[in-house]
Design a protein around this ligand. Structure first.
Ligand code: SAM
Length: 293
């Protein structure tokens, strides 16, 4: 098939949109990709092979879905916008290995869908150009559910990708970095110009690849407690650890007690949250958790 026939070209996308009188819904984060090279690059970074299963969130008019169908064994895609279903039926006609599910990804039982639609395909990769308005809720849902997927490769807002992949002592490092890196190894693999989208978004985009870990890199006694405490340590970025923790534990511990617990685990209370690595956060959370039990 010559690339001219692919959905992901400005010409074909415009033609499909006109034929169906489709109007973009900004509230659903609809920015369609119109560049096959970018899609092939994403698929390459995702590590898609002919034996693989591909999960997609938000197929739109099928630009990425089509490329996934070409490179993977089977594709299952979740689309919330009912208006796109007849369009996808048409644009993806001829590909026998695609299932489109009319479901909100935030409500979907993704685990069950994987069991239902993928039989022999291995490994399973999630690949998507995500709706930017709910990038973080989608990714956190998928990670918390501990899906049997090997990697998640997503086009998202550059600033969010930077935060998810950030290392300690950088401007972007925060509780989101810890939350994502607890479950995955995170890497920004591509920066993408606005010109490859229709319509063009207001923000810059990057492709983030998350490789799921078999086990978390640190051992925590209580995950909810750990994540809340990490958030508390970043509550006011310019404040010291001691001060952020004093505000967080205001009815439980006074400053002296907090200083004593920090000293016990060898963490200087005058440091800022952004200087702690994941192991230090785990040690901190476990010490406070055990004190409160
Ligand atoms: N994959 C297409 C592409 O790259 O051209 C479209 C990507 S567009 C950025 C995001 C897509 O996600 C849209 O088709 C939108 O309707 C869909 N979407 C938005 N919210 C969703 C949700 N909660 N669940 C499933 N799909 C959603």
């Amino acid at each position: 098939m010559s690339t001219k026939k692919y959905i992901a070209t400005p010409y074909r996308t415009r033609e499909i949109l006109q034929r169906y009188k489709f109007s973009f819904k900004k509230s659903l984060g609809q920015n369609f990709l119109v560049d096959v090279n970018i899609l092939e690059n994403i698929i390459h970074h995702a590590g898609i092979t002919k034996q693989a299963g591909a999960l997609e969130v938000g197929p739109g008019i099928g630009a990425l879905t089509e490329q996934l169908a070409i490179h993977a064994d089977r594709v299952v895609a979740f689309e919330i916008d009912q208006r796109l279903l007849p369009i996808l039926d048409d644009t993806l006609d001829g590909y026998e290995n695609i299932t489109i599910l009319h479901q909100d990804i935030l409500e979907a039982d993704v685990h069950q869908m994987i069991n239902k639609y993928f039989e022999k395909e291995q490994p399973i990769h999630l690949v998507a150009n995500l709706p930017y308005y709910i990038t973080t809720p989608i990714l956190m849902k998928l990670l918390r559910e501990r899906l049997p997927v090997t990697s998640i490769t997503v086009m998202i807002q550059k600033e969010v990708a930077d935060r998810m992949a950030a290392k300690p002592n950088t401007k972007s490092y925060g509780s989101l970095s810890i939350a994502v890196q607890y479950y995955t190894q995170a890497e920004v693999v591509m920066h993408v110009p606005k010109s490859v989208f229709m319509p063009q978004p207001n923000v810059d985009s990057s492709v983030l690849r998350l490789t799921l870990r078999d086990e978390p890199p640190v051992s925590v006694e209580n995950e909810d407690y750990f994540f809340s405490l990490v958030q508390a340590c970043f509550a006011q970025r310019r404040k010291t650890l001691r001060n952020n923790l004093t505000s967080y534990f205001q009815d439980v511990y006074d400053k002296e007690m907090i200083t004593r617990l920090l000293e016990e685990i060898g963490i200087d209370g005058s440091r800022r949250g952004e200087s702690l690595d994941m192991q230090e956060f785990a040690t901190l959370a476990n010490r406070f958790y055990n004190e409160q039990r």
